[in-house]
Design a protein around this ligand. Sequence first.
Ligand code: ADE
Length: 237
Amino acid sequence: MKIDILTLFPNMFQALNESMLGKAQEKNLLQINICDFRQYSNDKHHHVDDTPYGGGAGMLLQPQPFYRAVDAINQDDAGPKRVILLDPAGQRFDQQLAQELAQEQHLVFLCGHYEGFDYRIEQLATDRVSIGDFVLTGGEMAAMMMIDATARFIPGVLGNGQSAYSDSFAQDLLEYPQYTRPAEYRGMKVPDVLLSGNHQKIAQWRHEQALKRTWLQRPDLLAQAALSSEDQQFLEK
Ligand code: ADE
């Protein structure tokens, strides 16, 4: 997958060279290109923002550097792409959108900064996406979160045949608690069932724990989960 990121702060994206995403780039599963869109400003001082028409406080990012940068990307690769504007007023990002974006060949992220952007920049985007109901100082961290969550669904990015499809949210339930050695630590014991070797009982315990956790921490997820009649009975207990 190709990813282009348009930003005024390219150094912020160092984090993408670490850990699994760093390895994914080394394996050429991901090609990430970071572009300082200031270089596309026509202004002789390379300004990229200006005051709002009609008055008001603050400065707005201008459309021209973004449009010219996207033109250059399209010239390089005429294929289909999703152009994503990071925007607290956009569609809420979630695991489903991550999975959907992982099917694409080419993603372009437009990271805004300062007080906001000219409305015409929205028209350049195929998607406007928010990572949550809070306002960040810019779209960079939001873009990195989206790229991380999306890349996990690209085959080969997670090690050893691990799959993003078995995580929390994959079946609309949170993941069950897991344990490793020692069997007892500071008085906290690993549940007996996990030491029993009875795989059917272990699977049932895990499923019930996932139900219980979701019911306690994210009851909103249960409304959309596919629950069996046994699941319903368990939750009513
Ligand atoms: N830019 C500023 N806040 C944001 C948010 N919550 N999501 C995406 N982009 C943003």
